[in-house]
Ligand binder design. Structure first.
Ligand code: PMP
Length: 300
């Protein structure tokens, strides 16, 4: 599903066949989750294949490595260049790009000695998920920011995401809403969240979340389109039964929510301001004009 006999990846400075790439079984990355990674997407646009927010993602990867005290000296430019080359070598346009930084063999609980960058790419053609998601409040909390560097994208943090996402699926829901240690809404297992109330979009303030690049893009779109937006802490009760809600993330893009703990959001998605953000985001990643959404919004 992710690679075939011809797929090429980037590993430790070289382009090689995915099926021939090897790593060791004696590292902190495998044993302790001590690795940092990114999730990036590229799109087939009228201007050619474009990696959306490539610099922002690779800057965050560098920051995550630095935060986790890993030696890592690739520049953002080098990684962006390697990504375009890989897409070309694999003949991909609409793709998911997964860079990961792993550390050399070392079983000690001390910082990494040497790191290796791998970049993997695979086809991603299904666009955003059309179905509205039924969400449940998770019994799992987000990692405590006093225990983890939650703003870094660290592999080990995702054990929490797996627990929350699987719990929701086992209970017949599509996804989890994960709260922070104070009971405030944080995010989903792998995406940030917004809800809409009386024409304003509200998203959790930074603190316990991974501050997503898509979340920042939504806030940027709100600014451009004249949609009021707030970053603040709130409890799930405030969000439940609000006008609309959505998850946002590189993979998910903008996904409409159907309900939270079986209480539906009030508006038809198509009538919400949130759906305008979904449309604008789609245009933005495809490098299309979305200024027409601005004028229509002034009358909402
Ligand atoms: N939160 C978590 C826990 C995530 O895994 C992701 C996906 N990277 C996001 C939020 C959204 O981040 P981004 O918009 O940068 O993809």
């Amino acid at each position: 599903m992710y690679y075939n006999d011809d797929s090429v990846l980037f590993f430790d400075g070289e382009y090689m066949k995915a099926k021939e790439a090897k790593t060791d079984l004696y590292g902190q990355s495998l044993h302790y989750g001590y690795a940092v990674f990114e999730g990036i997407k590229s799109y087939k646009t009228a201007n050619g294949t474009k990696v959306f927010k490539a610099e922002e993602h690779y800057d965050r990867l560098r920051k995550s490595a630095e935060t986790m005290l890993m030696p890592f000296d690739y520049s953002t430019e080098e990684m962006v260049e390697a990504t375009y080359k890989l897409l070309e070598m694999n003949n991909l346009s609409n793709a998911y790009i997964r860079p990961i930084v792993i550390c050399s063999p070392n079983m000690a609980l001390s910082k990494g000695q040497k790191s290796y960058l791998a970049i993997e790419v695979w086809n991603w053609d299904n666009g955003y998920m059309a179905n509205k998601m039924r969400v449940m409040t998770s019994s799992f909390q987000r990692p405590n920011p006093k225990a983890f560097k939650v703003e870094a994208k660290v592999s080990g943090h995702y054990v929490n995401s797996i627990l929350a996402c699987q719990e929701a699926k086992d209970k017949g829901f599509d996804e989890a809403l994960v709260l922070d240690e104070n009971g405030f809404v944080a995010e989903s297992s792998g995406a940030n969240i917004f809800f809409e109330k009386d024409g304003t979009l509200i998203t959790p303030a930074k603190g316990s979340i991974l501050p997503g690049i898509t979340r920042a893009t939504v806030l940027q779109l709100c600014g451009e389109l004249g949609i009021p937006a707030e970053e603040r802490f709130f409890k799930p009760e405030e969000m439940q039964g609000a006008d609309a809600g959505f998850f946002c993330g590189t993979a998910a893009e903008i996904v409409a929510l159907d309900s939270l703990d079986e209480v539906s959001f009030k508006l038809n998605w198509e009538e919400s301001i949130s759906s305008k953000i979904q449309t604008a985001y789609r245009h933005l990643v495809l490098e299309e004009d979305y200024s027409y959404l601005k004028s229509s919004l002034q009358y909402v």
